[in-house]
Design a protein around this ligand. Structure first.
Ligand SMILES: [Zn+2]
Length: 122
């Protein structure tokens, strides 16, 4: 199954390494709102920036998500649910004063890092 590994994915590791080498410090797999979902992949608590690195399959990337050939209805519902949960999570965090950066796993590393750095600079 594609993208089944939630933690420490390759795109996430590349982003972490690059940010670290630029001098940014963050915590990993942490909840911006204690005791509540979601869990951010990278969190900059002081600057209130939460980063999510979304896998193309599980998060329903419009460029790369393809419904598996079996259990089509199941997957359509499942991924649609994931997508709406992502939107709700983002909204909830923004309302709580967080800046949210959602990165696709297919984004070139320098593009993803530039977007995160931009959010950190504001
Ligand atoms: Zn994609």
């Amino acid at each position: 199954m594609r993208g089944n590994r939630k933690r420490d994915t390759q795109p996430e590791m590349r982003i972490r390494r690059r940010l670290h080498s630029l001098g940014y410090r963050y915590v990993v797999d942490r909840r911006p709102l204690p005791g509540r979902f979601p869990v951010a992949d990278l969190l900059f608590p002081r600057r209130r920036v939460a980063v999510f690195v979304d896998g193309c399959f599980w998060h329903g990337c419009q460029e790369h998500f393809k419904v598996p050939s079996t259990n089509v209805a199941y997957w359509e519902v499942k991924i649609a649910r994931n997508r709406s949960r992502d939107i709700q999570s983002t909204q909830m965090l923004v309302e709580a004063g967080w800046r949210v950066v959602r990165v696709w796993e297919h984004e070139p590393n320098h593009v993803a890092v530039a977007r995160i750095v931009e959010a950190l600079a504001d």
